[in-house]
Design a protein around this ligand. Structure first.
Ligand code: ARG
Length: 534
């Protein structure tokens, strides 16, 4: 997490109770004391602690080199980074956390953690539960804007990625004790509704007859109305007038709009329910009333200019301006996002706002973030809060290397995709005399879990190929015991039946239980349901 480094700074941590915080935080506390002792007059010397990859220790303190370059020539007693490292080590206060220390290379201080302390911490976790291990972030409330499909248009695999990644981010923040507003910024506003409403009136002279089963497939409905819009100028004109009526709040139009939204929402909900993802909808329409006020503020601040009939914001570093009022006077995606950001900062008082969409929208986000900085909504002086982040992701490709589509080159319906994941996982599950209900539950956990895992394991920014076979391959991985620790674990597992009941086994069982607790939490943060029999 972006704030992780900051969160280890000692000054913000509780000091009254000893043993607070994870190993890294504990070490930071100790090294902070040591640094204060050796350079009492230096400002801004925060301990730099990292987990070690080498075999000389579990963690290392990497302050020596940086500190040396700060103090050399100031007449200090040190002769170079290694001697600074030695001093850092020697001035560490006594602590039960540390078993031993050594200095290596240009002053790295290696730390071996005490076995006793490790055991005590694990024991404590077994008693208190893992929730007490939550990381501390200097964030109170975050908005995670994710999933966010468009009403009546397709909810495609891109939205699936956004849903999976956004949910995991939200879970991690929630685990970090941050209050998370899980926002579904659905596209429920815009000119396409004129055409949809007009088409609805044509098909269903009485609005009472409109429901899910009557409309069937909203995507097909969207397509048909688009066709009508493109083919018939008279219809097009009616559709354009319908937009005005809708925006003017005429009940007949508003009701039709609500109907369409409701049908879409039901469809989206099916996907969320299966994935176990919780979202709160505040669609684009919600922010519409805020747009004029927000644009007035930006205009008063001198940000908005007239350009080719449109109202735009020119931003340094971008070769196109950000359009905030179209030449026909209508608002757009950007004006809505500016109003939504204003709302999230001022009404919802969020101090971190995260947007999860495909990387294709990066420029849009960079531009309106920049506009928000110019408006003074976001800090430009390096302050950490409030903060906005666009979390982009790559495309999902089909086996042909093109955008993931069905054979008939339609967008893949997510409900169908999840059905298939479940059906396929049912087939690869080895029959073990499960009840039908058990089988279904396990097939869902495995199938949906596989879809999520396949998505999350890839580099977020690169495109990835959607491949059911690979995702649900039932090949058990081969066990290789190359590492000493792996060999040891393997041996212990095989000796299980030889030693059940012995005192050392009790300790190992506790350690296994602790492992299971941590693994369960990891699954939980990834939104994957663990399966206990397979
Ligand atoms: N509805 C948009 C789309 O489908 C995503 C919205 C993302 N959130 C935002 N605040 N712009 O691409």
């Amino acid at each position: 997490l972006i704030f992780a480094a900051k969160s280890h700074s000692v000054s913000t941590m509780a000091t009254e109770e000893e043993n607070v915080g994870n190993a890294k935080q504990q070490l930071a506390k100790l090294f902070e004391v040591s640094l204060r002792r050796i350079v009492p007059d230096e400002q801004d010397v925060a301990p730099v602690i990292a987990a070690s990859t080498g075999k000389f220790g579990d963690y290392q303190c990497n302050n020596a080199m940086g500190l040396w370059s700060k103090i050399k020539g100031k007449g200090s007693e040190f002769r170079g980074p290694p001697s600074v490292g030695q001093a850092i080590m020697k001035n560490l206060p006594d602590s039960e956390v540390i078993e031993s220390c050594s200095v290596a290379g240009p002053g790295f201080v290696n730390v071996v953690l005490s076995k006793k302390w490790l055991a005590k911490r694990i024991q404590k976790m077994l008693i208190d539960g893992i929730e007490k291990w939550e990381p501390q972030l200097p964030i109170k409330r975050a908005v995670v804007d994710f999933s966010s499909p468009n009403i009546a248009k397709e909810m495609h695999v891109g939205h699936l990625r956004s849903t999976i990644i956004g949910d995991t981010l939200a879970r991690i923040l929630e685990f970090s004790n941050v209050e998370v507003l899980r926002r579904n910024h659905v596209g429920d506003w815009g000119t396409q509704f004129g055409m949809l409403i007009e088409f609805l009136f044509e098909k269903f002279p009485s609005i009472e007859d409109v429901n899910e089963s009557a409309i069937g497939d909203l995507q097909a409905f969207y397509k048909a109305s688009k066709q009508r819009f493109d083919d018939d100028p008279a219809f097009k004109e009616r559709a354009q007038r319908a937009v005005v009526s809708l925006q003017g709040g005429e009940p007949k139009y508003r009701n039709a709009w609500l109907k369409i939204c409701e049908i879409s929402r039901k469809e989206f909900h099916k996907v969320y329910e299966r994935l176990g993802v919780h979202l709160e909808e505040k669609g684009e329409s919600f922010y519409n009333p805020y747009i004029p006020g927000v644009l007035k503020e930006l205009s008063d601040k001198g940000l908005i200019e007239e350009s080719q009939g449109a109202r735009v914001i020119f931003l340094e570093g971008f070769n196109i301006p950000l359009i905030v009022v179209k030449s026909d006077g209508g608002f757009n995606y950007a004006s809505t996002d500016l109003a939504a950001l204003w709302y999230r900062l001022n009404e919802e008082k969020a101090d971190w706002i995260i947007y999860v969409t495909d990387v294709g929208q990066q420029q849009h986000f960079n531009m309106f973030f920049e506009a928000a900085k110019r408006a003074g909504w976001l800090p430009t002086d390096g302050a950490l809060k409030p903060k906005v982040t666009h979390v982009g992701f790559g495309l999902v490709l089909g086996e042909d290397g093109k955008r993931f589509r069905t054979r008939s080159s339609e967008v893949v319906r997510l409900v169908d995709l999840l059905d298939e994941a479940k059906d396929r996982s049912k087939k690869v599950l080895v029959e073990r005399g499960w009840t039908e209900q058990e089988l279904n539950q396990i097939a869902e956990a495995v199938g949906y879990g596989a879809v999520k895992y396949a998505d999350l394991k890839n580099n977020r920014l690169t495109n990835y190929t959607f491949d059911f076979d690979q995702m649900l391959s039932d090949k058990k991985g081969e066990i290789v015991l190359d590492h000493d620790g792996e060999r040891e674990l393997g041996l212990h597992l095989l000796q299980f039946s030889e030693v059940v009941g012995s005192p050392e086994e009790t300790s190992r069982l506790l350690l296994c239980e602790a492992t299971a607790i941590v693994m369960r939490k990891c699954f939980n943060l990834l939104g994957i349901e663990p399966v206990y029999k397979i």
